[in-house]
Design a protein around this ligand. Structure first.
Ligand code: NAP
Length: 313
C-alpha cells in the first residue's frame, strides 16, 4: 500500500488549499515543503487583492492561517525539498517522491497521486557583481532585507507588480528608492503605478538597464553601472543596495524529462489540472497560466485536489 493517497509538493497557497480539500475528502495527505509554508505569499508584506480581507492582510498571517487550516483536516507536513518524481513500478503502483535533505542522500515515500505546487523563484538579472554581492547589498526579498537599508538609498530593478510593490515597501525604510526599468512603461497594475508615481521617495529611471553591480572587494554594494537603452549613454548610480525583480522561474528542474513542461519550464495541464502523466496534477504559479495571484492559486489547489480525488475513485 502506498504511504499516502495524495502527495502535495509545495506549501504555498495552491498546495495548502489542495491539502485542505484533500483532507476534507478524508484522504491521507502529505505536504512536502523545503521552507516556511506560505510560499512567496509569506514574504509579501501586505496582500490587498485576496477577497475577504478589506484593508489587506499580512502575507505571513495569511500563510499561517492557510497552514493551520490545512493541518486542521489532517495534512502531514514533511520538511524537505522534492528532488525527483518517478512512477512506482512496484505492485501498488502510484509514484515515488524523492526528497533529499542536504547530505542525507535520496530518501523517498510513495503516493497514489501527486499534486505539483512548487511555485516559482525570482529570476537572476545575470550581470557582473550580482553573485558576488548577494547578501551584501544584492537582494531578491524586500520584506526580508528592507530593514537593513534604513535611511539609505536603494535601487529596484524591474517594472512588474513585484518590482513596484516592493519599491513601495522599501520607502518605509530607505530615504530614496530608484526603480530601474528597461522600458518607458510599467507592467505593474494601475493601482501600484499610481501609488508609486505619487511617492516622493521613488524616482524612476526609464529605458535603463544595469550593466554591473560594483563595490569594494569583500565589502558591500556601492554603485551601479547603468546604460540608457535609447541613447546608449552610460552612467553611475550610488546606492547601498539593489533589489532584483525581473520575473520568475518555475521550480521544476526536478521534473524535467518526467512531465511535459513549456519552453519556460512551466508545467502544462489540461482544464482539470492534470499533467502529461496520469495521476499527477499541477496547481498554482508553477503551472502555465495567464494570471498568477494568491486567488488563482487557491482556485487551482481546490480543483487539483478534486481532480486527484476523482482519479483515486
Ligand atoms: P513579471 O510580471 O514577469 O515582471 C518582470 C519585470 O522585469 C518586467 O517589467 C520586465 O520588463 C522586467 N525584466 C525582465 N527581464 C529583465 C531583464 N533582463 N532586465 C531588466 N528588466 C527585466 O514578474 P513579477 O513582477 O515578479 O510578477 C510575477 C507574477 O506574479 C505576475 O503574474 C504578477 O502579476 C504576479 N504578482 C502579483 C502581485 C499582486 O497582484 N500584487 C504581486 C507580485 C507579483 P518588461 O516589462 O519590459 O518585460
Amino acid at each position: 500500500m502506498a504511504d499516502y493517497d495524495i502527495a502535495i509538493l509545495g506549501a504555498g497557497p495552491a498546495g495548502l488549499t489542495a491539502a485542505l480539500y484533500a483532507g476534507r475528502s478524508r484522504l491521507k495527505v502529505a505536504v512536502l515543503e523545503r521552507g516556511v509554508p506560505g510560499g512567496q505569499a509569506a514574504t509579501t508584506e501586505r496582500i490587498e487583492n485576496y477577497p475577504g480581507f478589506p484593508g489587506g492582510i499580512s502575507g505571513l498571517e495569511l500563510a499561517e492561517r492557510m497552514e493551520k487550516h490545512a493541518r486542521e483536516f489532517g495534512a502531514e507536513f514533511i520538511p524537505a525539498e522534492a528532488t525527483g518524481l518517478e512512477v512506482n513500478s512496484g505492485r501498488e503502483g502510484g509514484f515515488i517522491i524523492r526528497h533529499g535533505e542536504a547530505g542525507e542522500g535520496s530518501s523517498g515515500f510513495t503516493s497514489r497521486t501527486v499534486i505539483v505546487a512548487t511555485g516559482t523563484k525570482e529570476k537572476a538579472l545575470g550581470v557582473p557583481g550580482e553573485k558576488e554581492f548577494r547578501g551584501r547589498g544584492v537582494s531578491y526579498c524586500a520584506t526580508c532585507d528592507g530593514a537593513f537599508f534604513r535611511e539609505k538609498e536603494v535601487a529596484v530593478v524591474g517594472g512588474g507588480d513585484s518590482a513596484v510593490e516592493e519599491a513601495l515597501y522599501l520607502t518605509k525604510h530607505a530615504n530614496r528608492v530608484y526603480v530601474i526599468h528597461r522600458r518607458n512603461q510599467l507592467r505593474a497594475n494601475k493601482i501600484l503605478q499610481e501609488r508609486a508615481f505619487h511617492n516622493d521617495k521613488i524616482r524612476f529611471l526609464w529605458e535603463t538597464v544595469v550593466l554591473r553591480i560594483e563595490g569594494a572587494e569583500g565589502g558591500f554594494v556601492e554603485r551601479l553601472r547603468l546604460k540608457n537603452v535609447r541613447s546608449g549613454e552610460e552612467s553611475e548610480l550610488k546606492v547601498d543596495g539593489v533589489f532584483i525583480y525581473v520575473g520568475q522561474i518555475p521550480n521544476t528542474a526536478f521534473l524535467k524529462g518526467f512531465l511535459a513542461l513549456d519552453d519556460e519550464g512551466y508545467v502544462t495541464t489540461d482544464e482539470d489540472l492534470e499533467t502529461s502523466v496520469k495521476g499527477v496534477f499541477a496547481a498554482g504559479d508553477v503551472r502555465r497560466k495567464k494570471l498568477r495571484q494568491v486567488s488563482t492559486a487557491v482556485g487551482d489547489g481546490a480543483l487539483a485536489a478534486m481532480s486527484a480525488t476523482r482519479y483515486l475513485e
